[in-house]
Design a protein around this ligand. Structure first.
Ligand SMILES: Nc1ncnc2c1ncn2[C@@H]1O[C@H](COP(=O)(O)OP(=O)(O)OP(=O)(O)O)[C@@H](O)[C@H]1O
Length: 310
């Protein structure tokens, strides 16, 4: 559905996308991640036909987004960052107007406008002026616009940007209803959104692809350490006993209420020391009221892959 090959985009004095190659298969929901300025919006704009590449190519549904721009654009619905809308138009009027621009007409245009308003829960506000809507509703109007032409591919650039937690949840639930029906490329800074919705992650840094895998595999492959928390009472010299366990790199004493002691043990990535900890507690006659391991999260993956400058 998307084929990006050696794509490069130079702006004056800056390379925003640097020799980028990736594929998105039909039906996949792919999260496009990266720190600010990584080149996500630039790549999405090239895919949506808004910008020409400097080098390389991008194809959507088999059509080159620059050389066969009209056919490529018919295959996708694009929701740009901070979705620009005509604020003095009413919701239904706007969608009608946009549908006509996308080549819909007559009964089909009316039916499709109704369908996208229903899909995006806009029926109650269909007569409202867009400029008077909350940001969450405006994002839904932009999403409805992207859906109008029944495109097989949706390209969504930070669809939940600037929304409050309830609105984010609503948009996420909406996207979830599109899953399995639609191919989606979604850029976002909200990692829980990616974990909830995406089959695969493309992680961009300085315009280059840093990772291309499922969220689960990325977390598994991560080289960072994990933390084990234990809260215990009784005995003494806890830290020196704990440091004897194989795989423990660092011990931190956390705040706790007497007579309890709380420690965080940083351990090597693949080591699971929980059984050894349990055995130690039995041997030392410690009472234990908490013991749990905290695995690396997608946030740790993001940090590890994007903190360096290379
Ligand atoms: N029209 C432009 N002219 C010059 N430089 C630009 C232009 N658009 C983007 N850039 C620069 O290109 C780089 C990539 O920007 P881009 O907007 O693609 O990143 P992004 O990953 O989408 O970031 P964000 O998460 O902040 O939206 C940035 O350094 C940005 O300043």
């Amino acid at each position: 559905m998307i084929e990006v090959t050696n794509l490069t985009k130079h702006y004056v004095g800056r390379t925003a996308v640097d020799n980028l190659s990736f594929h998105v298969e039909p039906g996949e929901v792919v999260g496009f991640l990266g720190p600010n300025g990584a080149g996500k919006s630039t790549t999405m704009r090239i895919l949506a036909g808004y910008l020409p590449p400097s080098e390389g190519s991008a194809k959507v549904n088999g059509f080159d987004t620059f050389k066969q721009s009209i056919q490529a654009r018919r295959s996708l619905g694009y929701m740009p960052e901070n979705a620009p809308l005509y604020l003095d138009m009413r919701v239904k009027e706007y969608l009608h107007f946009r549908g006509a621009l996308k080549g819909l007409a007559g009964r089909d245009l009316r039916r499709r406008t109704g369908e996208v308003m229903e899909a995006c829960s806009l029926e109650d506000v269909r007569r409202k002026i867009i400029g008077n809507l909350s940001k969450g509703f405006r994002q839904r109007v932009a999403l409805a616009d992207a859906l109008l032409g029944r495109p097989p591919l949706l390209i969504l650039d930070e669809p939940t940007n600037g929304l409050d937690p309830n609105q984010i949840k609503q948009i996420r639930e909406l996207l979830f209803t599109f899953k399995s029906r639609q191919t989606i490329l979604l850029s976002t800074h909200i990692l829980s959104e990616v974990e909830a919705c995406c089959d695969r992650i493309l992680l961009l840094h300085h315009g280059k692809l840093r990772a291309n895998d499922t969220p689960q595999n990325l977390v598994k492959r991560l080289r960072v350490t994990s933390d084990v928390h234990i809260e215990l009472s009784g005995g003494k010299d806890h830290e020196s006993h704990l440091s004897q366990i194989t795989g423990v790199r660092k011990i931190t004493a956390d705040k706790s209420e007497a007579p309890w002691h709380r420690f965080t043990l940083r351990v090597e990535a693949r080591a699971d020391i929980r059984e050894a900890l349990f055995d130690l507690a039995l041997k030392q006659k410690w009472q234990v009221r908490e013991l749990h391991r905290e695995l690396p999260s997608l946030e740790d993956v993001f940090t590890e892959l994007t903190m360096s400058d290379h």
